[in-house]
Structure formats: C-alpha cells, structure tokens
Write a protein that binds this ligand. Sequence first.
Ligand code: DX5
Ligand code: ZN
Length: 217
Amino acid sequence: MKMIEIAPSMLSADFGNLDRDVEMVNRSEASWMHLDVMDGVFVPNISYGFPVIKAIGRNARKPLDAHLMIVNPQNYVNQVRDCGVDLMTVHQEACPHLHRVVQQIKDAGMKAGVALNPATPTMMLDDILPELDLVLIMSVNPGFGGQKFIDLALPKVRRMRGLIDSLELATRIEVDGGVNMQTGKLLADAGADILVAGSFVFGADDPEATIASLRQL
Ligand code: DX5
Ligand code: ZN
C-alpha cells in the first residue's frame, strides 16, 4: 500500500530558530516543506515572502512546496522560482486566467498546483486537471494556522480522487488545514496523497516523531 506523504507547514515553525526547525524537517520523514505566503488581500493575514523562502531554501534538503495565498500570483512566478521553489500552488479564486498562470509556472521550470477554498467546488478544475501536477484542497479557510478542520473537505477529496483515477492522471491530491491523527486518517482513507500539517507538528513535544506517525496513517 502506498504511504501518505507529509508536508510540514513552516508557518508554525519558530522564526527565531528557523534553521533548527528546518533541520528537524530535513531529518524527518517529511516529503516536502510547505511554505505559506499570505498578502493581507487574498486572505486576512500577512505571513512572509521571498527573503524568508530563500533563507529556508538555503538549508532545506526537502523540495519546497509554496502555497501562494495572494492576488496576482502571475506577477511573481520567476521570483518564486528564483527562491528555489519546486512546486508553486496558486488559488483558483485568485486567477481569472488560471490556464495562463499554470503554463507560466511550468515554463519557469516548476511543478504547478492549484488550491481550492472550502466553498469552491472541485468542478472548477474539471477542464484544467490534466495540466496540473497537484490539486490542493483546503480543509480550513486559508489565512491562519491552528484552525479547526472543515468536514466538507472529505467528500471533495473523494470526488477529486475518483476524477483523477477515472482519467488515469498522475495529479497528486494535497490537503491543507486542521490535519491531526484523526482528520489525517479520514483524509488518507478518502484518497489524499499529501497532508500539510502545521500546528499539529510544530506544537508537538516531538515534531519529528509526529511526522513519522502521520506518515503511518
Ligand atoms: C492556512 C495555511 C496552512 C496552515 C496549516 O492558511 O495554508 O498551510 O499553516 O496549519 P494547521 O496545520 O495548523 O491547520
Ligand atoms: Zn498552506
């Protein structure tokens, strides 16, 4: 059976000890480092931007998975790539010309992902799905770590799994928000490939062991 992959969200890291937390993720069984960029416009919070991504990327030995919660992500594709990002995910709700942005991301040499807010139906990606390396299903309203899991993400993951399998695509399903052992198990059973986990990992007494336990789900 294939194992679930874990992408710790660095939003919950200790920014005063960033290198220590990057090293913890390097040592762990995580597959990706998840980087949350928020602009205070698309979401009601501001997180961090390019200098911090570069600082993380300098020491990271896991691929960088950047989740852009910003308006006009098309204006920053090359800057994101130049920070060493491997996979760039933009929000469907922020991109009226989604197909063009996805092509820009791929032309820049990165993998392309598209995120859906909890209220956005999976149907919005029906046509573009074959172009995507990743679909990111939000299981909280984006903007903050530590929020409660929204159950309606589960049928969305199941629906997306069915669609991807029926089309025989290699597109991965990542889920982000409120992931812990209980919700993680439900998501793994629903067909998720990658789980993002922030507060559950970094708030644990032993974050590295917590990543290993999530991976066993
Ligand atoms: C929320 C971010 C998440 C966040 C997850 O807007 O996209 O990646 O860090 O945090 P937890 O795992 O604490 O819900
Ligand atoms: Zn995220």
